[in-house]
Ligand binder design. Structure first.
Ligand SMILES: [Zn+2]
Length: 280
């Protein structure tokens, strides 16, 4: 989903210094919003409001992604760019591996922003009496609540999947934690697909996408841990090491393995292949 997404996108400029792009299909979403408003017998004003509502929803998604990016910044991890598409937003972080505690907070930050937005908008709706999901403020409040709730589903690539993985990783390590989280994600995906069969084809498609994404995440971590890629040892900068050397000194910190500790060590290495009973 991430790959190639920035190719068909326009720059929106920078927010908090982070390059932000929007996928060109966003225009189709706006056109569709205007068309459906008019098709339902709406005026030009109604069409303009529908377009404005879509822009507000996208702004909400942008704030959600900025939440992820700023929390990552707290942990010293920069964000390369944020890309918004009709399928949702992605904050592309630099560097692949966050410590479990970092991943927990970075993944949670987006849905937290959406929950806070929903809460503020519901308060505003209560003050103005515009509760209905068909009103602008009420609708936007519901949209933010949906964004938060949907993203907290415990399935990759949703934030809930990452929260779950980080909690598991701090107990059983990154490899096993990802495996379990991917399995939970697949079960959730099958559930979505079955529910989609009876309700909406869109839900079925999302379920299928989540099912594939869960496997991709598991393979990425597997590759990172060097389990299935022996060639990785020949890559420049690769380091083979045990968790502890023969003198019992720590060679690679526990970070990658889900305990407390530092980042990749030594820091300049690109690949660390670890031989450890826990991982093989
Ligand atoms: Zn998110």
């Amino acid at each position: 989903m991430v790959a190639g997404m920035s190719a068909w996108s326009w720059s929106l400029g920078r927010f908090f210094g982070i390059e932000t792009r929007v996928h060109f299909t966003f225009v189709l979403v706006l056109a569709w919003a205007a068309y459906s408003a008019i098709a339902q017998g709406g005026t030009a004003v109604a069409a303009a409001l529908a377009v404005l509502f879509m822009v507000a929803v996208f702004a909400s998604v942008l704030l959600h992604e900025i939440g992820h990016a700023l929390m990552a910044r707290v942990f010293g991890v920069p964000t390369r760019r944020i890309v918004l598409s009709p399928l949702g937003g992605v904050a592309q972080l630099d560097g692949q591996v966050l410590r479990p505690r970092e991943e927990f907070w970075v993944a949670l930050a987006g849905p937290l922003v959406s929950f806070v937005l929903a809460g503020s908008l519901f308060t505003l709706a209560a003050l103005t009496g515009a509760w209905s999901p068909t009103s602008f403020i009420g609708g936007l409040a519901w949209a933010n609540l949906m964004i938060a709730a949907f993203n907290m589903l415990p399935a990759f690539p949703m934030d809930g999947g990452r929260v779950l993985r980080s909690v598991l990783a701090s107990r059983v390590g990154l490899g096993r934690g990802t495996e379990i989280a991917a399995k939970v994600g697949r079960v959730a995906a099958v559930g979505m697909m079955i529910a989609g069969l009876f309700t909406s084809p869109m839900l079925f498609l999302i379920g299928a996408f989540v099912f594939v994404a869960a496997g991709a995440e598991a393979r990425a971590v597997d590759g990172f841990l060097g389990r299935r890629s022996r060639d990785v040892g020949r890559a420049p900068g690769a380091l083979f090491g045990r968790r502890e050397d023969s003198r019992g000194e720590r060679v690679v910190p526990d970070a990658i393995f889900g305990r407390q500790g530092g980042r990749l060590w030594p820091p300049r290495r690109k690949v660390v292949v670890v031989i450890d009973d826990r991982w093989n």
